[in-house]
Structure formats: C-alpha cells, structure tokens
Write a new protein. Structure first.
Length: 328
C-alpha cells in the first residue's frame, strides 16, 4: 500500500493530522516498502506533513516533532536525529520572508483583515512543501550518487568483506556488477542475523557471496582486499555510529592494513561528538528491554580509510567542514 492510499484509509478527515494509530500504520507501510529503501522515512515525513492544515508555524512544527518521535519506533534513532535535523533546517531556510507570527501581530494591532494573514500562512506552507519536495528528491538521488562514487573502489577480481545489511553497500556492489566487474563478497551474520538479508539479496543478483560468522572476521580478513561498511550516522570528528560489530571489524582491518571504506549519504551527518562507546546515549545504544545488549557501536575516525558519499570521497577530517556548510 502506498503512502496516499494509507493516508486515505487510516487518516482522519482530509487534510487533518492523522491520529497516533494512523501515523504508526502509515509509517509502517512506507518503511516496509522495499522500493523506498533508506529514503522511506524521509518520504514518510514529506507525505504526512504535506497534508497538515496547521494554522500557525508552531502548530506545524509540533506535528512535525510528533512524526519524528513515531519514526524512532521504526528506524535507528541516530539516523532519525540526523536527517530530521537537516530536514527541518532545509525546509525552513526560506521562511524569513514569511514571518507569519509577526504578520499576525501587526494585523491584529492595526485591525487588518484576517484574510491577509491566512493568505500569508498559505504562502509559507507552499514554501515548506516546495522545500520538502526538493529535499526528498535530493535524498533519493544521494544513494545513486554514492553508489557511483563508491564503485571505482571495487576492483575487478577483488574479494570484499561487508558488515551486515546496508542498502547503500548493496547498491554499490550492484553498480560494480553492472560495470561487468567480477568479485567475491563475504557477509558477516551480524546483529539479529541482518547479514542474511544481504546474502540473500546478493545471491538474487547472482553475485558470488558467502555468509560468515562474526567471530571469523580475523580468518577472512587475511584474504580480502577491502572492507565496506554502511553507517547509521557520521559524527563530527569523522567517526561513525553503525550496527554492533562494526568497531571490531574496523580494528581488525586496521591491524591487517586493509582499507576500510564507509559508504554513507550526506544526510546522515550529525552534530554529535562521542569519544568512546560510553559517550553514546543509551537511547541510541539499546532497544527497549535490552539494557545489556547494545545494537550499535562507535568506530573512531582513525580506523576509517575514506568516507564515500554523494559529495565525493571524503577524509574523516572533512566532516566538520561539511557540517558547517549544512548548518550555517
């Protein structure tokens, strides 16, 4: 079921903000739509917020924050925090000329018609929708650009070690296959056996692959040429937050002088600066009821060879500059 159908069936009256159950259902449908992959949450936000009938910007952002909290029940928290921060910044970039709060006060003081305020608010909402649609288009293109940037780093005849399931790593491997490159992939089973999904998807594309135990990475590291990983978030110092097991994989690659490349979209860059595993907030590290079983870990920048992004191949030192451009 697509977003429009889900909204029509589960939303309240046309144009109103859906109730809690409707939001959960809509998000569930969109996130499970395989065609949307990693941009599904962004598409979800845009589809819901396009139907807002908020009469003030404060009401608009209150609804947007409610969606963000619901998304965190379906998506990694670090990833949600990063792209929602950039999404809010991006869609509001051109709102200064539509300062409807000031406009409303002036209209009241000078007894102007409320119609003028409503018209100004409608213009502001159109700007928000236009910016939201532009952000969505750019996010969708991020994956294809990242795959094209990453593909040259896969040599013909190489052996590759990948960590768990990552849609962007999969797209990059597929891009390399479409360039008629031959290679072998070793996939770690990883947390909750997510590596099995990667293994199945690669086999479906007739890519030579083998599923291996996480404890066997030292054995296979000797024979591979390169290690590829995705990321849930890229932090300010150039390190990454990713599924548990990424850190020991990077440590092993560093010890054996194997390049460790991280494939990641730029909307996952986040203003967060951990120095070790303890600095990661518990709300990121643990799922509910699993306080002793972390689902993510932090990989410091010293272990990362390059970040392969839609902006190009970046060193870890370049991340702070990119974040400054995003947020200033």
């Amino acid at each position: 079921m697509n977003a429009a159908k889900a909204y029509e069936e589960f939303g309240n009256e046309k144009g109103s903000f859906p109730g809690l159950a409707a939001v959960k259902t809509l998000i569930k449908f969109i996130v499970e739509d395989k065609c949307m992959a990693s941009v599904a949450p962004i598409k979800c936000v845009f589809n819901i917020f396009s139907n807002f009938t908020a009469t003030t910007l404060s009401e608009f952002f209150k609804n947007l924050n409610a969606i963000e909290e619901e998304l965190k029940n379906y998506e990694p928290l670090m990833q949600v925090d990063s792209y929602m921060a950039i999404f809010k910044l991006f869609v509001t970039l051109h709102l200064s000329e539509y300062d409807v709060c000031t406009f409303h006060i002036l209209s009241f003081l000078f007894h102007s018609s409320c119609f003028s305020f409503q018209r100004q608010m409608e213009k502001a909402k159109e700007v928000l929708k236009m910016r939201g649609n532009l952000f969505l288009d750019q996010a969708i293109n991020c994956k294809a650009k990242t795959a094209k940037i990453g593909q040259p780093f896969i040599s013909d005849g190489s052996e590759i070690l990948v960590n768990s399931w990552s849609s962007i790593v999969f797209e990059t491997l597929l891009e390399a296959k479409n360039k008629n490159k031959r290679f072998t992939v070793y996939v770690t089973e990883s947390h909750d056996s997510r590596g099995k999904k990667m293994w199945n998807q690669l086999r479906h594309q007739n890519i030579d692959c083998t599923s291996i135990s996480d404890s066997a990475i030292g054995y296979y590291m000797e024979k591979v040429d390169v290690v590829l990983s995705g990321a849930e978030g890229v932090v300010e110092n150039g390190g990454i937050i990713n599924t548990i097991g990424t850190y020991p994989l990077a440590l092993c690659a560093k010890a054996m002088n194997k390049p460790f490349y991280v494939l990641v979209e730029s909307f996952k860059f986040t203003r967060f600066y951990p120095l070790n595993q303890r600095d990661i907030p518990d709300r990121f590290k643990f799922k509910k009821g699993t306080a002793q079983r972390p689902v993510i870990d932090y990989t410091p920048p010293a272990l990362i060879t390059l970040l392969l992004t839609n902006l190009g191949a970046l060193t870890t030192a370049a991340v702070s500059d990119v974040l400054m451009q995003l947020y200033l």
